[in-house]
Ligand binder design. Structure first.
Ligand code: MG
Length: 388
């Protein structure tokens, strides 16, 4: 079997409202799918992390840089392909967009391998440690409105997400420590004392501001404090983790085994959040997962994007070994975006219907069992949303 073509599909539409996180507001939803075509009629699908113009640039890397390196190669030899591409790109980008681009190609190769073996990806990875997984719903994005109205919005939205059946919820912060603490208190009011919630700062704080917010989060019994400071600030992460009781999480902006080795050896994370569509795909995710577990750091995957990214993560969560194990072991969760996302709801020929499953099955969803990813995107939807 040979690779005959790699196509990149950037999809985009206007959101019904402006949403934001600590770095920017945005009005468009986008997704970047990768299609690897073989000479035997089997096609694989993958996804690259990175929105909007980043996706457009990554499309060029996929089609103009990676494709010529791998045309004619056997798609089953995904580790050979991974290392050929990485070694040729090493001098031009060991992190960032080249790795995001390679990720989508690698995921598509795993889809092909599963289809050839007639096995779901989680079986290719060694089997399912769990056949369903609990889901946390994130929402409570920032909006361009006064802090006081955001406070009441967050309280209501947190209660609504809890009512949808999710097992936990996650909010954004980014207005500055004083107002952010008010937002966190509002979320705690909205969900009551028992329900777990997490706080995502998208690296907007100085270390001292992160301490201030982190102390408030301890009082509010938040489960984790995500990306409190810049991912490059390894010393800051180590200091925060040593002095705060709330779990420090992060890693979505880290790439490949060498980047992850550094942040794990630094001991600055209680919970690791690798992003499979950015760090190097499923092949590299497996190596990063092994590194995390070698450091006894629990993993809750970062999930963003379309139903292809969600499905990829469902297979990874199924095949993730319990760490450290036990009768009632610590369990990972699926991250799920509750805001408007047509590429999550409408992309597949057979939708995942995660919200319905969450409502009906006490916050849990089952792992797809078909060969490869076990899902297929609808080509009419891809055509309909194709970005200019
Ligand atoms: Mg995050």
């Amino acid at each position: 079997m040979r690779i005959v073509e790699i196509k990149s599909h950037v999809l985009e539409y206007d959101l019904p409202e402006q949403l934001g996180y600590s770095q920017q507001y945005y009005v468009k939803r986008s997704a970047h799918l990768v299609e690897v075509i073989t000479d035997e009629g089997i096609t694989g699908w993958g996804e690259c992390f990175g929105p909007g113009n980043v996706a457009r640039a990554n499309k060029t890397i996929v089609e103009k840089v990676i494709q010529p390196m791998v045309l004619g190669m056997n798609p089953i030899e995904r580790d050979v392909i991974w290392h050929k591409v990485y070694n040729l790109l090493r001098d031009h980008g060991q992190k960032g967009m080249p790795m995001q681009s390679l990720s989508g190609v690698d995921i598509a190769l795993w889809d092909i391998a599963g289809k050839v073996a007639n096995l779901p990806i989680h079986a290719m990875l060694g089997g399912a440690h769990r056949t369903d997984v609990s889901v946390y719903g994130y929402g409570m994005m920032l909006r361009p409105e006064p802090a006081a109205s955001l406070v009441s919005r967050f309280e209501d939205e947190a209660a609504a997400i809890k009512d949808m059946g999710f097992v936990a919820t996650k909010m954004k912060v980014g207005l500055g420590p004083r107002d952010d603490i008010k937002l966190c208190e509002a979320v705690r009011r909205g969900i009551g004392d028992e329900f777990p919630f997490m706080v995502d700062a998208n690296h907007c704080y100085t270390t001292s501001d992160a301490f201030k917010v982190g102390c408030a989060l301890e009082e509010l019994d938040a489960y984790w404090f995500e990306e409190p400071i810049a991912p490059e600030d390894h010393d800051g992460y180590r200091e925060l983790r040593a002095r705060l009781e709330v779990n420090i999480s992060g890693g979505e902006a880290e790439f490949n085994r060498w980047g992850w080795r550094q942040i794990l050896e630094n001991r600055g994370l209680d919970i690791a959040q690798p992003e499979v569509c950015a760090l190097g795909g499923i092949s590299e995710y497996q190596r990063v997962l092994a590194l995390c577990h070698a450091h006894f750091t629990p993993v809750v995957n970062h999930v963003w994007g379309s139903a292809i990214a969600i499905t990829t993560n469902l297979h990874l969560l199924a095949s993730m070994p319990p760490m450290p194990g036990g009768l009632h072991p610590w369990e990972p969760m699926l991250e799920f975006d509750t805001t408007h996302n047509a590429f999550r709801d409408d992309l597949l020929t057979q939708p995942l219907n995660i919200q319905k499953a969450v409502k009906e099955n006490a916050g849990r969803v089952s792992i797809p069992m078909g060969p490869g990813l076990g899902v297929e995107p609808d080509r009419e939807i891809i055509e309909h949303y194709k970005a200019a």
